[in-house]
Design a protein around this ligand. Structure first.
Ligand code: SF4
Length: 233
């Protein structure tokens, strides 16, 4: 079975993890992408944001959230009065999955399969273990399913404080699922403003949660959902 597990070193050092991720062949996605796009941001962030996968611009730059969806996210963070420099941003899948148009020139995003998401999960768990955020924002269905399993419906649990016990040994971060910024960009123009406002509201809720986390690492009450597959020991 495809898995990044054999490529993930037993370290909590993010630079070592990022370096090892450059050589990952845990699933076939490394073959066509330009490079691994590992997470970036504050290594002691209280809040981590997890998206789906790098897009075309992220694949070329090697940095997450620098394309159109990243710029939309920046606007939403500014509206929520959250400084991006305080966050750690990453994706559930570290290589760009795409198809090309008929002329073979334009690279078009393809949603990663369940197998690819599962293969890449050891990297997310390693990042969670290293950064040890108090709150994790799951941007879209792929990120939510990566940590909470395939049955998780973002529409049903959106904006709620969720918990998945046993994800990482160090503590149980509060999880908040919301839409991916690209859903705002792709949505119909008449609902775009409301979709943007909803994303801002969920980011505000998540950020406020970092101020209510107790010393034991728990954000108190919330919905408990079994973790998809806790593997980081
Ligand atoms: S997508 Fe993830 S598991 Fe697949 S090769 Fe890239 S880093 Fe490894």
């Amino acid at each position: 079975m495809s898995s990044a597990a054999a490529f993930v070193p037993a370290t909590r050092e993010l630079t070592e993890l990022a370096d090892a991720a450059r050589r990952c062949k845990g699933c076939p996605l490394y073959r066509d992408a330009t490079q691994t796009v590992f997470g970036s941001g504050s290594t002691s962030a209280r809040m981590m944001l997890i998206g789906e996968q790098p897009g075309d611009q992220e694949d070329r730059a090697g940095t997450p959230f620098v394309g159109p969806a990243g710029r939309l996210l920046d606007k939403a963070l500014a509206a929520a009065e959250i400084d991006r420099a305080d966050l750690y941003l990453t994706n559930a899948v570290k290589h760009f999955k795409f198809t090309t148009d008929e002329r073979g020139k334009r690279r078009i995003h393809k949603t990663p399969s369940r197998t690819e998401v599962e293969a890449c999960r050891p990297w997310i768990l390693a990042e969670l273990d290293s950064v040890a955020p108090e709150v994790v924002v799951l941007l879209g269905a792929t990120a939510a399913k990566s940590l909470l399993g395939n049955d998780l419906r973002v529409s049903r649990h959106r904006g709620e404080i969720l918990h998945a016990t046993g994800l990482v040994p160090g503590g149980d971060p509060a999880l908040i699922a919301t839409i991916h910024p690209s859903a705002v960009l792709r949505g119909p123009s008449e609902t775009r403003e409301a979709a943007f406002d909803g994303l801002v509201a969920d980011l505000r809720t998540a950020y406020a949660t970092t101020r209510t986390v107790r010393n034991d690492g728990s954000a108190g009450s919330g919905t408990f959902i079994p973790a998809a597959r806790p593997v980081r020991k």
